[in-house]
Design a protein around this ligand. Sequence first.
Ligand code: HEM
Length: 273
Amino acid sequence: MIDIIERAAVERILVDPASRVPEASVAARDSASPLTVFRAEVSRFVNGAEHDARRVRLDALLDGLDPNALAAAAVRHALAGTPAGRIPVTVLAEALGFTEASALPTLVATVASAYPTGETTDPDAADAAVIALFEASGRTDPDERALRVQLLVQAYAATATLVERALALARSQDGAVSTRTLLESVLRDDSPVPVTRRLVPAERGGETLVVLHLDGADCEAAADRPARILAFGAGPRACPAPHHALAIAAAIVDTLRADADRDEETVRHADTR
Ligand code: HEM
């Protein structure tokens, strides 16, 4: 396996139509585990026309989700004390019509840890979580429910990490820095998704698996152009939901920063009494 770290080189591979993702196919659907079937049904682990078709359906689902409404729901949850890391999945699940949305982040976390490679230390738990999420989607069509669950799984760790890092940066900086600037700094300097993988054509035929770092140095950066940001990927498989992700993340970070400011203000008042 080869690591590619420099951002321009990573971007070239991500936009190259000859690079493919390692596939998650399933030979015998009836005897395969629910996790294996789920990975074979999502957009993330297929190539070519099948990827394009699934991507169109994901885009249609995302078009039906209003980022402002997601942000408003995220504010409500943050004010109600829902832990920040659970809010993105909860608001997406509510908007997509899942049942018992607030109980789903735990199940999504279990699936998300096995999702990138299909490897897990607890296959039974991962399978049970996939089955429960399919049920909660309220859909019976296998492709439809897999793509809906995929949206939750893809959003889970990436959005929670973006929020966590922006809040940590806020604590280490002057309070006047805007939430948008904090989020942009994390996306530029500390990508929440650190790596992805591709198969690229090898010189002597066949394909080589490469690990692409999304947070490496931008050696070709120039003063006359903005820094290359790969946090949402690039090319035809880039994240389809950056607006949704940023709306949710900004709402949570804004609300929790305002809360922290109010707490500080209260402490200051108490001290001066
Ligand atoms: C509302 C939240 C989010 C949703 C619903 C979402 C959804 C998705 C989906 C469905 C894909 C697969 C696209 C495909 O197969 O063509 C994807 C890819 C990706 N997402 Fe997101 N995402 C979210 C948040 C984020 C965040 C916060 C980040 C990082 C800052 C992120 C980074 C990525 C990256 C890097 C990829 C591409 C991976 C690759 O090229 O292999 N996503 N996302």
